[in-house]
Design a protein around this ligand. Sequence first.
Ligand code: ATP
Ligand code: MG
Length: 288
Amino acid sequence: MELTLDRVTKHYGSKIACDRISLTLHPGVYGLLGANGAGKTTLMRMMCGVLVPTFGSITYDGIDVSCEDYRDALGYLPQEFGYYPEFSALDFMLYIATLKGIPKLRAREKARELLELVSLEKEAKKKIKTFSGGMKQRLGVAQSMLNDPKILILDEPTAGLDPKERVRFRNLISRLGADRIVLLSTHIVSDVEHIAGTILVMKDGRLIHQGALEEIIRTIEGRVWECIVPQALVDSLCERYPAINMRQEGKDVFLRLVGDEKPCDSAIAVQAALEDLYLYYFSEVNAK
Ligand SMILES: Nc1ncnc2c1ncn2[C@@H]1O[C@H](COP(=O)(O)OP(=O)(O)OP(=O)(O)O)[C@@H](O)[C@H]1O
Ligand SMILES: [Mg+2]
């Protein structure tokens, strides 16, 4: 089972939303990380066959994703998912099952099973308008699984979840990734920290890194700095280097910064961590 992207590119007029992305996915969980506008949704929509690339190809075991058969293998949770507030969770599941052409009896059985999987079995008869953000997201994942997809594409499934819901969600995704390709996008590094075997980092339409979390963190090794500087230097340093941490130390200020070169004489390079990663790659301040 293999999903292959070969130089996938999308232009919107003169805007290049995805730029020559090549990638091969196997069963497992992939975390697509990128700031707002990086091109995550554009890429995912192309991977679902709902948006046609300007250049490049996407194939599933050699078959183009625009092919009908691919739809049967795919589950998709769009970023802007339209729920029907007056529907109960169960009715909603049955409705989506009808759209997917799943026979009635099978649909009922599958809907129950999936609501249980996402821990919504007790809420099956409740109207969606009474659901929390996290409950809706879990329902969104449940509907994407109705056709038992081999490929599951979830666009920011953790948006709006509280910490408890995040944990539940992660556990659910880990289980789903055991025997299928799961790709989820987020801009929260910690959402994919424990569950994604492979992290894909996207910036300005390009795939700038892919690998295990440790490998990605290694790319910023030697680029994380700590220093104690006089108050007068803080502003100019922070304008040039994204600051992860800042605290008053007597008259001076302790700073943790990211940047390619040593920000000041007294700075020492320190071990890189997860939160540094995000700032290094996605901060508005130009770290590179
Ligand atoms: N239909 C469209 N027409 C023109 N430009 C578009 C269109 N859709 C997206 N874009 C642009 O393409 C770029 C990538 O957008 P995309 O929605 O893929 O990013 P994203 O990584 O999903 O962002 P977010 O984290 O905000 O969801 C952005 O600059 C966006 O403005
Ligand atoms: Mg998006």
